[in-house]
Write a protein that binds this ligand. Structure first.
Ligand SMILES: Nc1ncnc2c1ncn2[C@@H]1O[C@H](COP(=O)(O)OP(=O)(O)OP(=O)(O)O)[C@@H](O)[C@H]1O
Ligand SMILES: [Mg+2]
Length: 401
C-alpha cells in the first residue's frame, strides 16, 4: 500500500514535443485517480514515466516513501495493465495469472493459492483451466488484471484497459474494475480519454489537455464547478451550451442578456458567485447544461403562463429532435453567439475562446422528457434552471467564482 506523488513532472521528447508540463498530482493511499483528456494530451506518457518505461525530463516521482526516478521498472513495485493485454495463448488462465510469480521463483503452493485468491476476486475460478482463446473479451481483460493483482504491487497503473471491449462489456467492466480496486484498496492511476468512464470510476479525476493539468477534483466538483471553459466543455454529455452574454440589471436582480433575450440569474447563483457583480455590464460566457433546459412550451404562451420575455425560459427554434428512447435530445438555434473552446498550449489559466457565427452559430442542445410534442421547425420556449447557470470570463475562460 502506498501513495503516488508526482511533483513538477515534465516530459519533452527529443523531437521537441512537449508531452507533459509541470504536473503536480498526488494519488492517496487506496485512491482511484483517473487521468482523462483528449488524444495526445500526455496520459500514456505520464503513466509510462511512473512505471519507469520513460525517463522524465524533470520533476520527481515518489511511490510510498521512495523517490523512484532512478529505479528500474522492476524495482518500483508497480503493476501496469495495458489496453492490449496480450495474454499467452498457449497457457491456461491459471498459468497466465501466475506467470510473474513463476518468473520470480515463488514456491508453487504459494503461487497456486495467490492465483486462486485472485481468481475468486475476479470471478474467474470456473475458467482457470481454459486457454485465453476460450474466454470472452471481458474475461480476458480480467485475466490481465489478475496478472497485475497477484504481484501485490504498491500501486496499479492502467492505460485504457477497457477500450478494446465492446460498448456493453465496457460498461460492465467499469463497475467490475471499480469493485476490484475498492476490494484491494491499492492506489490506482487509471488513464482514459472517455469522460463518462472517468466520471463513473474515479474517486478524483485529473483533466489534462496539451500536457497541462486543468483541474483535479471529485466528479461532482468537476461537473458543478469546472475551473474553466475547457473542463466545462469536456465534462458532460451532450456538452455544455456556451454563449456570449452580457450581465445586466434585471427587474428583480441580476440578469443575463443573450442576444435579444433576457434570463434572470437565480438568486442562489447570484449569492454564491460574489464575483459576478464585478462583471455587470460586461460581456461574459454563459454556460447552460443541456439537462438544465427542461420544459418545453409553444412560443407565444411562455412557460407557467408567463408571456414572451421569459424569466426562466429561452425562446429557440428547433432544428432536430433525436430520441434516445428515454428522452429527447433537442438541437436548437438561439439568437446568441456560440462560444467555441480551444485550450491554449502553455498557460493553464488561459483558454482560447472563439465567439461567433460559423456553422454552429447559436447552436444548442437540450435534454427533455419524451412527454413533449416537439419537432423540427417549431419555435418553442425552453425552461431554464437559472440556479444552475455557469459563468466564465470571456477573455481568459476562467470560471467566475
Ligand atoms: N516517443 C515519442 N516521441 C515523440 N513524441 C511522442 C512520443 N510518444 C508520445 N509522443 C507525443 O507526446 C504527446 C503525448 O502522447 P501520449 O501518448 O502521452 O498521449 P495520450 O494522452 O496517451 O493520447 P491517446 O489518448 O491518444 O492515447 C503526443 O503529442 C505524442 O505524439
Ligand atoms: Mg495513450
Amino acid at each position: 500500500m502506498a501513495t503516488i506523488e508526482l511533483e513538477e513532472l515534465c516530459k519533452n521528447f527529443s523531437d521537441g514535443t512537449k508531452a507533459l508540463s509541470n504536473l503536480n498530482l498526488t494519488v492517496a493511499d487506496g485512491e482511484f485517480m483517473v487521468l482523462v483528456g483528449p488524444s495526445g494530451c500526455g496520459k500514456t506518457t505520464t503513466l509510462r514515466m511512473v512505471a519507469g518505461l520513460e525517463e522524465p525530463s524533470g520533476g520527481t516521482i515518489t511511490i510510498g516513501e521512495r523517490v523512484v526516478n532512478d529505479l528500474s521498472p522492476r524495482d518500483r513495485d508497480v503493476a501496469m495493465v495495458f489496453q492490449n493485454y496480450a495474454l499467452y495463448p498457449h497457457m491456461t488462465v491459471a498459468k497466465n495469472i501466475g506467470f510473474a510469480l513463476r518468473m520470480r521463483k515463488v514456491p508453487k503452493d504459494v503461487i497456486d493459492s495467490k492465483v486462486e485468491d485472485a481468481a475468486r476476486v475476479l470471478g474467474l475460478s470456473a475458467v482457470l483451466n481454459r486457454k485465453p482463446g476460450q474466454l470472452s473479451g471481458g474475461q480476458r481483460q480480467r485475466v490481465a488484471m489478475g496478472r497485475a493483482i497477484v504481484r501485490e504491487p504498491a500501486v496499479f497503473l492502467m492505460d485504457e484497459p477497457l477500450s478494446s471491449l465492446d460498448a456493453k462489456l465496457r460498461v460492465q467492466m467499469r463497475a467490475e474494475v471499480t469493485r476490484i480496486q475498492r476490494h484491494l484498496g491499492v492506489a490506482t492511476l487509471y488513464v482514459t480519454h472517455d469522460q463518462i468512464e472517468a466520471m463513473t470510476m474515479g474517486d478524483r479525476v485529473a483533466v489534462l489537455k496539451d500536457g497541462i493539468l486543468h483541474q483535479c477534483d471529485t466528479p461532482d466538483m468537476l461537473y458543478d464547478r469546472p475551473a474553466n471553459l475547457f473542463v466545462a466543455s469536456f465534462i458532460g454529455s451532450p456538452t455544455m451550451n456556451l454563449y456570449e452574454g452580457r450581465l445586466v440589471e434585471g427587474d428583480d436582480g441580476l440578469a443575463v442578456a443573450l442576444g435579444e433575450q433576457r434570463l434572470s440569474v437565480g438568486r442562489d447563483t447570484a449569492e454564491r458567485r460574489q464575483s459576478l457583480a464585478a462583471y455587470r455590464d460586461r460581456a461574459i460566457v454563459v454556460g447552460i447544461r443541456p439537462e438544465t433546459l427542461y420544459g418545453v412550451q409553444a412560443a407565444g404562451l411562455g412557460p407557467g403562463g408567463r408571456a414572451e420575455e421569459g424569466n426562466g425560459a429561452l425562446k429557440v427554434k428547433v432544428e432536430l429532435v433525436e430520441s434516445l428512447g428515454s428522452e429527447f435530445i433537442v438541437h436548437f438555434r438561439i439568437g446568441a453567439k456560440t462560444v467555441e473552446v480551444e485550450a491554449a498550449g502553455t498557460d493553464p489559466e488561459l483558454t482560447e475562446v472563439t465567439v461567433g457565427g460559423g456553422a454552429r452559430g447559436g447552436h444548442g442542445e437540450a435534454r427533455v422528457g419524451r412527454d413533449h410534442e416537439i419537432k423540427a421547425g417549431d419555435e418553442v420556449w425552453l425552461s431554464v434552471d437559472t440556479n444552475r447557470l455557469y459563468f466564465f470570463d470571456l477573455a481568459t475562460g476562467v470560471a467566475i467564482a
